[in-house]
Design a protein around this ligand. Structure first.
Ligand SMILES: Cc1cc2nc3c(=O)[nH]c(=O)nc-3n(C[C@H](O)[C@H](O)[C@H](O)COP(=O)(O)O)c2cc1C
Length: 325
């Protein structure tokens, strides 16, 4: 692929955020069906790719219906990141490779990866340059950053300039510092400032909960697209609704409770049929948190939450959901 080609950015794009433990291939497919334009895998460690590719590969399994789809990698060593990106590109042919400079979890920042790169922008730039040079014109490279490490070190604009300088093709800016984790509200002023200061597309991220939030950002005309995370966990239809609103100015009604319950069953069936998690009980265990998110707010589910949190089989899930409809 020509690295200049990220054709999805020709229109205001709706990205599904990478979310570890959530955006597996099945959840990505569900969001694609629900209108997401661009998908990303959960992050994978560059070291994991190099040391245990066969085990890591399942996290970056891609299918053509999901395209465009990117694979996100994290790490702190330029050569290692470049070598991992090469393996991924040659094996699963993603539409882009995304460098994670935003993950706040101790396991990642403790190894100087993720958001800790916001404390060392020269290293972030070296990593980006190494990955871009390795992939040359085979695959575009993007990055996902936070606004800074903490309130005293807001550095997203400088990070964007360095990443642009290194040849990165687009950047997602999550308007929170690492210290904030997921608390408070995302600072969209810093997201907009980044978009004004570089020439590559900036994707805005943080706290877009409703279709109107997305319309508002499109109408401001500052960012090239938006990325949606937690709202998609409970309302994957947000992409379809937002696209409809962007195209027509009309607001689609909230899905009815039976429609939401059908979506849960559809998703559970897709996951079981995929065999991604193994046998039925292991799959249902993996699905519990997702089912709880998707059923939140449906009348009657409050009383069923403990049953849903322990659900062990497809039949049991059907019975619980049938008792709600
Ligand atoms: C469960 C969970 C897992 C996440 N995993 C990742 C990840 O693997 N890579 C990443 O860049 N961000 C990750 N994030 C951050 C999201 O991509 C996104 O930046 C953040 O949730 C803010 O967007 P939102 O307000 O739309 O949720 C994760 C967030 C959540 C809630």
């Amino acid at each position: 692929m020509n690295a200049d080609q990220m054709p999805w950015l020709e229109r205001f794009s709706l990205y599904l955020a990478p979310m570890a433990g959530v955006t597996d291939p099945i959840f990505r497919s569900l969001c694609k069906e629900e209108g997401a334009d661009v998908l990303e895998t959960e992050f994978v460690s560059a070291a994991g790719v190099l040391q245990a590719w066969e085990r890591t590969r399942r996290y970056v399994q891609l299918s053509d219906v999901q395209r465009p789809v990117g694979v996100q990698i994290f790490g702190a060593e330029p050569e290692q990141m470049a070598a991992a990106a090469r393996i991924i590109v040659d094996s699963v042919h993603p539409d882009f490779i995304d460098i994670n400079a935003g993950c706040p979890v101790p396991k990642v920042v403790g190894r100087n990866g993720g958001a800790s790169l916001m404390k060392d922008l020269p290293l972030l730039e070296r990593i980006a340059r190494a990955v871009v040079q390795e992939l040359e014109r085979d695959c575009p490279v993007t990055a996902k950053i936070r606004s800074g490490w903490d309130a005293r070190s807001i550095c997203a604009v400088e990070a964007c300039m360095r990443l642009e300088n290194a040849g990165v093709r687009s950047i997602t800016v999550h308007g929170r510092t690492r210290s904030q984790q997921y608390s408070g509200m995302a600072d969209w002023d810093i997201v907009h400032e980044c978009a004004r200061r570089v020439h590559i597309p900036i994707i805005g991220n943080g706290d877009l909960r409703k279709q109107e939030d997305i319309l508002r950002e499109r109408d401001k005309g500052i960012v090239a697209g938006v990325m949606i995370g937690r709202a998609a966990m409970s309302s994957p239809w947000i992409f379809r609704h937002a696209r409809h609103l962007l195209n027509t100015g009309e607001r689609l009604p909230e899905p009815t409770s039976p429609e939401k319950l059908n979506l849960v069953l559809h998703y559970a069936k897709l996951t079981l049929d995929s065999g991604h998690y193994g046998d039925e009980i292991t799959t249902m265990r993996a699905l519990r948190a997702r089912i709880l998110s998707l059923t939140k707010g449906i009348p009657g589910t409050k009383e069923k939450r403990s049953a849903l949190a322990r659900v062990c089989s497809w039949d049991e899930l059907q019975n619980i959901l049938a008792s709600l409809s």
